[in-house]
Each structure stands twice: as C-alpha cells, then as structure tokens.
Design a protein around this ligand. Sequence first.
Ligand code: IP8
Length: 255
Amino acid sequence: MGRIEELIVIKFGGSVITDKSRPLSLNLGALDSLSKILSMHHSRKVIVHGGGSFGHYYAKLAGLNTRCKSVEDVNQVAVIRKSMLELNTYVIKSLSSYGLNPYTITPFYWSKNLNSLKSFLHKLLSQNICPVFFGDVIPCTKGFKILSGDDISYSLCRLLKPSRMIFCISVDGIFSSSKMEGPIVRELDPKIVKSIVAKESFLDVTGGIARKIKIAYKISKLGVDVFFVNGFKPDDFLKALNGEYGVGTCMRGIR
Ligand code: IP8
C-alpha cells in the first residue's frame, strides 16, 4: 500500500522572498532556496506567500490595512493587486523550475462555500499539484481591506487540518525579548502568547510578528504544530518540514 503523505502548509514570508527595504525588489536567491528545499521533501504542500516590498509597499501608500476602509482612488487597489500578481508570477516560476507544479488560487474562490474549496484543494493535491495562495486586497462592506497571507494560512489549516504549519520568517525564530535580541524561544507555550510583544516592521500593514504569533496560537488550537523558522537557512527549513522540534520556534498543537 502506498504511503499516505503528510500535508504541510507553508507560508513564505514577504521579508524572506523580497527585500523589504527596497520597493518592488525580489530576493530570488531566497525564493529559489525555499523552492529547492520543498522539492526535496516528500509531502503534499500548500503554499501561501506574503506581500513584502510588493503588496505592503502599495498598501501603505493607499493607507490600507486589515481593517475595512474606503479608498479615494480605486486605482490604488488595482496597483496593489497588480504588484501581488507580479510577485506571485515570480513565486510560480521558481516553484515550477523545481518541479513543484504550482497552481495559484486567488480570493475569488474564498467567496464560494468552503466545502467546495476543500474538495477543489484535495483534487489538486491528489494529482501532485501544489496550491498557492497569496495575501491580497479584497472588497469589504465599506471599501477595501488587506487579506493577510497569515489569515489565509489559518483558514487553510482550519479547512485542511495539516500535519504542521511552517512560517518562513527572516530571523531564527521568536526572540525572548521584544527588542528582537537574545535567545530564541524554542517552544512557545500557547498560554503565554498574550504577553509577548514583538517589534513591528513599519512597512508591514498586516501587523508583523505580534499578529503572526496570535494567528499561530489560533492554529495551535486546531491541534496543528506551528513552526517559525529562518527562511534564509535551508537546513532549518528542512528540519521543520520533517517536523523536528528544536529548530526555530515551535508552538505545539493543543491536542
Ligand atoms: O504579507 C499582505 O500579505 P502578508 C498582502 O501575508 C498585501 O501580510 C497585499 C499587502
């Protein structure tokens, strides 16, 4: 009987695959390295990527964040989305070049019922196709808002109950100090999450690391292990894919 492969949801942080200090700059080396490691790992994968210096740059200019807001010039919405599609094209190219068979799904599908999304995703995964999502700009009652890739990751974990969720970030894990220095916390106790205050990047319109930790907490409550690993360190990423504790920061699923 064939082995049933584990399902892993992976978020490529925008601060890994782009250079957040320069608008519209891709970090192709980092992106290719993530794709390469993924191609070496036998599992079914769902990938989500963030906005980095593409979407966040234009969202900031438009004054948009995760709260619903009216927009004076809707062209700004189109520009944000165009930048995310541009970044997604780079991600798809990289994943394809490593034989991962990526298939981008945009929020269009989110408006349909979740059960149909679930069977859609299972169909893709059973054919060795890798669904890819990205943080986006979407309409809401009063205007538009940013749908973070982290929120998408949570929804996917709720829907698919993967073996684990991996956030590839630009540092070694979650620091014990809010100044982002000192030792890395290897095991994050979900109960102390609320007391963690982390430094937030000024370019990040979706809440930076503090919000990510809160989302990780919600994911751990689904019984899913969550890892934060340095996306620039291929060995760490591979260990997290293997579910090895002691790499980066892990918040174990509450079972
Ligand atoms: O980087 C944000 O996604 P995130 C997407 O996952 C946009 O928070 C459009 C800024």
